[in-house]
Design a protein around this ligand. Structure first.
Ligand code: ATP
Length: 233
């Protein structure tokens, strides 16, 4: 579904990714874990084309998207749930959802909104509430709902658990599992390594711009190096 082949990404003269290869197969949840500054967000943004890879290739469903403009990549079946959620605070829940369906026709939007409200009854209850007045967990649900509006085949989530209470994190991870059950492939970036690996079919460990380890989620959880570095020993 998604393939990064020996991807290098620069910010000016500084290289942030030093030849990263990652594969996300259809129907999988793949988690990428790593410390602050490892390059996780850079990797996701390289998939989205901003910044573009300076070397290597990004393939989506066998199509080379490395040099496509972000606007076109975002219309190729990918949706991203950005770090910090980035909902439009002054818009209502429903208006935020319409923003996610920007390229849809009316019927697609109506179906999309129904689907999101089925998945998140809490959003339906708050459809006319301004997003900026909702809790972090509700905003995260809205960010996922907004991403779903474009009917993505691949959903990319950047640290969805950031700043949320443990019970809310559990709910968000259950929702991510549900997305996979609906046939959406998931690429998840997380500092919350324990839950991200528990959920994942496979995982990658990114350290200072390089993939250090890759394995099934279960094997990475059991790996003593991963335990020492990312799971509190
Ligand atoms: P975090 O979990 O803190 O978001 P991360 O793993 O997502 O970290 P990135 O944000 O991808 O890491 O950063 C990787 C490296 O690239 C860091 O050294 C960072 O300082 C650098 N970097 C990120 N964005 C830029 C930018 N716009 N300009 C210059 N350097 C950047």
């Amino acid at each position: 579904m998604l393939l990064l082949e020996d991807v290098h990404t620069h910010y000016g003269k500084i290289e942030a990714l030093h030849g990263v290869s990652v594969e996300v197969n259809q129907g999988e949840i793949v988690s990428l874990i790593g410390a602050n500054g490892a390059g996780k967000t850079t990797l996701l943004m390289t998939v989205c084309g901003t910044p573009q890879a300076s070397a290597g290739r990004v393939l989506l469903e066998d199509r080379d998207i490395t040099r496509l403009p972000t606007s076109e990549i975002m219309r190729s079946g990918i949706a991203i749930v950005p770090e910090g959620r980035r909902v439009f605070p002054g818009l209502t829940v429903e208006e935020n959802l319409y923003m996610g369906g920007f390229f849809n026709n009316r019927t697609q939007n109506e179906q999309g909104i129904r689907h999101v409200y089925d998945l998140f009854p809490r959003l339906k209850e708050r459809e006319h509430q301004r997003a900026g007045t909702m809790s972090g967990g509700e905003q995260q649900m809205l960010a996922i709902g907004r991403a779903l509006m474009s009917k993505p085949r691949l959903m990319i989530l950047d640290e969805p658990s950031l700043g949320l209470a443990p019970l809310v994190i559990k709910q968000i991870f259950e929702i991510i599992a549900q997305l996979r059950d609906e046939g959406i492939t998931v690429f998840l970036v997380e500092q919350n390594a324990h839950q991200a690996l528990q959920l994942a079919d496979r995982g990658y460990v990114l350290e200072t711009g390089r993939i250090r380890l890759q394995d099934t989620g279960a094997n990475l959880l059991a790996n003593p190096d991963v335990q020492a570095a990312y799971l509190g020993g």
